[in-house]
Ligand binder design. Structure first.
Ligand code: IMO
Ligand code: MG
Length: 426
């Protein structure tokens, strides 16, 4: 039974949750391995829309298990709110939802520090989601003040850790940012309470997942964010603080790379980005507005308007290379239905040079002008298509060109938000 990783191939919001929800039909276990409540994964089942920030999107399938791995930074308040929401809508998670005992926690001071940093006059403004992601990973990597899931289950240990940590954070909050200090008491009480409620789900996720694979179960890894938001391979510093790329699935769960069979890169048929940072094929003005309104491109986590632009094949080639993509899932093809003509970015002009590869130097990227190829639009609805041959010829040509330029075959095409609106080429 193949083990599959689903990753975002662009800057996030590619429609990963829809693809994961569809692939979960054939899977047994769905796993999140990095990021935290910065993710906004939307699944539509019938008339109901669910947006998941912490829990794997596969949770809607009642016979499947869902795991949150060690690489995720857990916001327990957000996680418990999602559990309550699911149970309120009749989806039980007991006995099939698991959280790694060694995952790190997002604490209130992480959010306070992030807000203060983003609002301060000095330093880079990332345009984060405000979920405390960067400061939580900083504590993990710095090692002195990281709080893990296992600490929540031991109130005495948690109290000692929080006292030390909050003392240190208050120094920064008050002296660097001129903010009020935080109290240990209420934070400790809240997190002891979260620990009690999360305790039934806590497990050694590496043991659980390796046993599942040994038993021939199909495990699906659900990436959050996208390749260009990866802390190492993305458009640094305008990135998130985790490895969003396929390698993160191993380090973020405790399985070995030899256990992975497929890596599926999810990409929109165009490009979007939220937050700051370079975006060569961005459409400013009316064209960008049109794409934004056709695609309802507003963030699922923060509600911010997403920046929109043409498909950029150089990004997909980088994604293909960094993640070792075995195939592409092309989403939101239907959003292009009304456009008379389409542009595809095939590379960049940088001064006198022509670049085929996505540049990793942000200063170079800032000065890159995309080189476009133009294709005819299909001006016909595609949402009812269920087989590749159902697509208008111009749409077929577009998909084929995307695949060719991206150097990966297309295994799935999404032509609408519902589970059924999917063309399964495999
Ligand atoms: P999903 O999983 C799109 C962006 C933020 C910001 C940068 C850093 O729904 O695709 P952070 O809060 O992570 O420190 O913000 O990353 N970002 C996302 N953009 N989709 C996401 O998640 C994102 N998660 C973070 O806008 O530019
Ligand atoms: Mg999102």
């Amino acid at each position: 039974m193949p083990t599959k990783i689903v990753i975002g191939a662009q800057w996030g919001d590619e429609g990963k949750a829809k693809v994961v929800d569809y692939l979960t039909l054939k899977a047994d276990v769905v796993v999140r391995y990095q990021g935290g409540a910065n993710a906004g994964h939307t699944v539509i089942v019938g008339d109901t829309e669910f947006v998941f920030h912490m829990i794997p999107s596969g949770i809607m399938h009642e016979d499947k298990a869902c795991v949150v791995g060690n690489g995720v930074v857990i916001d327990p308040e957000a996680m418990l709110a999602e559990i309550d929401d699911l149970e309120g809508k009749g989806f039980s998670v007991a006995g099939r939802f698991f959280v790694s005992h060694i995952a790190h926690m997002v604490m209130p001071y992480h959010k306070a520090l992030e807000k203060a940093s983003e609002e301060s006059k000095d330093g880079v403004k990332i345009g984060t989601t405000g979920r405390g992601i960067g400061p939580a990973y900083r504590d993990k990597v710095e090692r002195t003040h990281g709080v893990r899931v296992m600490d929540l289950l031991d109130p005495a240990r948690l109290r000692d850790k929080l006292r030390a940590s909050i003392n240190a954070k208050n120094e920064i909050l008050t002296k660097v940012y001129g903010q009020d200090p935080l109290d240990v008491g209420p934070i400790l009480d809240a997190y002891v309470g979260y620990g009690e409620r999360l305790a039934p789900y806590v497990t050694d996720a590496s043991v659980y997942l390796n046993q599942a694979i040994d038993q021939g179960k199909q495990v699906l890894f659900e990436g959050a964010q996208g390749t260009l938001l990866d802390i190492d391979h993305g458009t640094y510093p305008y990135v998130t603080s985790s490895n969003t790329t396929a390698g993160g699935a191993c380090t973020g769960t405790g399985i070995g790379p030899t256990r992975i069979d497929e890596v599926i890169g999810v990409t929109k048929a165009y490009t979007t980005r939220v937050g700051n940072g370079p975006f060569p094929t961005e459409l400013l003005g009316e064209e960008g507005e049109r794409l934004r309104s056709l695609g309802h491109e507003f963030g699922a986590t923060t509600g911010r308007a997403r920046r929109c632009g043409w498909f950029d094949a150089a990004i997909l080639r980088a994604s293909s290379r960094i993640n070792g993509l075995t195939s592409i899932a092309l989403t939101r093809l239907d959003i292009l239905d009304e456009l008379e003509s389409l542009k595809l970015g095939i590379g960049y002009r940088y001064g006198e040079q022509v670049l085929e590869e996505f540049p990793s130097d942000p200063q170079v990227l800032e000065q890159c002008e995309p080189i476009y190829e133009e294709m005819e639009g299909w001006l016909a609805p595609t949402t009812e298509a269920r087989r590749f041959d159902d697509l208008p010829p111009q749409a077929q040509a577009y998909v084929k060109r995307v695949s060719e330029l991206s150097r990966a075959p297309v295994s799935l095409i999404s032509v609408g938000p519902e589970r059924e609106s999917t063309i399964d080429i495999d």
